[in-house]
Design a protein around this ligand. Sequence first.
Ligand code: ZN
Length: 322
Amino acid sequence: MTVGDGCLEAVRRINSRGSCAPHLSISFDSHLFSIDTSRAPKAALQPDAYLITHAHSDHYGKSAMLSQKAVASVQTARALEIRYDREYQGRTFHVGESITVDDVLVDTHPTGHTIGSNAFSWQNEGGERVLVTGDVKDYRHLPKCHFLIMEANYGDPYDPSCIFDDDLAGFSEALDARASFGAYAFGKAQRAVALMRAMGYKDEIGMDEKSLLLTSELMGEAAGPLEPVNGSGINVVTPWNLNMVRSRRKYFLTGRRDSTYPTIQLSDHLDFRGLMRMIEHVSPERVLVYHPQGPRAGLLAHHLQDCGLETTALDCIDRFVR
Ligand SMILES: [Zn+2]
């Protein structure tokens, strides 16, 4: 995809087997920024920076964190270290700061998806602003842009499960009933703890080891009192550890429909309507849907094309590097 006067271009990398690597780079002016991308092998073309939007595994920070060219927020870097037991090698920033990356002024914007998650934006020499969203729960802090590089986790316009509202009333009711909650250790667990505190729950929350470490380090005092899993108390544990707790009521905090436990809809993402409102908010001239893998990026790209917006998806990029 070539954007504007030709100096903004999206690039993918072919791996040694001839298939596409988990890779997206934006080539502009004399720079090459990789986005949520695994590290390039030594013999391959090297980017000037690996921008990491957050610490979920499908954004490849586990690999990129080992490059000195990694760029991630302080909390994302720390979350990667805790999750993968490796030392983060790149540089860090506080979300909201502007930083200079390879002589380019890059702005960072909170997205409310996980602790430390952020979008990146910068201008090329032609004055076009590129905005890379990562995964988004709250788009209100994102700037206007010319070229939007966005996610589509719930971007299928034909799938009813892509339209949802968080069930805060159900969550509050379950909390009052002293239920325990299944939540993935990074992201959903911190969202659950923050919501419990916002709803006025002040007592200990039991957590399994990784969830406890991530939540206490990343949330600090805002997490309130936490303790190892408490058989008779309120717990937030990874879903497969719900059998460790003795609460009478147990819920999996998810939008998924395949759980053996009853679920409460609580998402870290915008639904389809939210994604469309985000696009309106940042009012791009062109869009690249880059995430997740699978059909949803292409489905959203088709829908945006039908809406008259020049859009492509990662699978349709036809410029490759090795
Ligand atoms: Zn994510």
